[in-house]
Design a binder for this molecule. Sequence first.
Ligand code: UDP
Length: 241
Amino acid sequence: MAELICRRILLKLSGEALMGTGSFGIDPEVIARVAEDIQGLVDAGIQVGLVIGGGNIFRGEGLAKAGMDRVSGDHMGMLATVMNALAMQNSLLKLGVPARTMSAIGMEQVCETYVRRKAVEYLDKGEVVLFAAGTGNPFFTTDSAASLRAIEIDADLLIKATKVDGVYSADPVKDPDAEFYPRISYDRALSEGLQVMDATAIVLCRDNGMPLRIMNINTPGALLRLVKGEEIGSLVESGND
Ligand code: UDP
């Protein structure tokens, strides 16, 4: 069996990754398939922390544009991430994978409140920990929450699973000539404004030496191949380009 290149990962999924071909909410088939991929990682002995966005339900920015107070909109966005986390927790538990949601906003009847030390204990026991409600603060994104939690739990790698294969010079869906970057520095990703993660999230990774891998979530089994050392997607790390 191939050797694992990491022991503990933080996987970030956007809310849209759970939407499938729909335009809102969760596609049960998609969430079940992603849960199977996560099961593959757990079975291989990887400790998995998970951050799921909420963009398939609500985003504060969009709600603010429609006239809502931004902070209320961000609260709604964070609650949307809790819904997604509960759905994924359910899918994992149905597969027999131990999973636990911890929310940055207290809601004790629904799930545990995030406490870093407890989260690490659960990870050490082999439970998937779903970090819900982002950072718990408005004006942030779940990309930033993913960077923050990855650093806090001392993950070996932060993986952002998206709908594209990695980092490109332009949006590959719109521009067929977009160049694929198998490896890129944090600084170049920032200075060129490449669609990797938002700037706060990249800066957190850069300043704390957290390697970041961008890959496509729609390739079944790719996560497992990645942790077994296959070069999948793009790696964002320090150093020269
Ligand atoms: N959000 C927030 N603080 C956080 C994380 C998220 O206020 O720390 C809100 C914000 O309104 C955001 C929404 O939750 O738009 C959903 O998160 P995000 O847009 O990151 O989801 P994704 O794009 O990954 O689906």
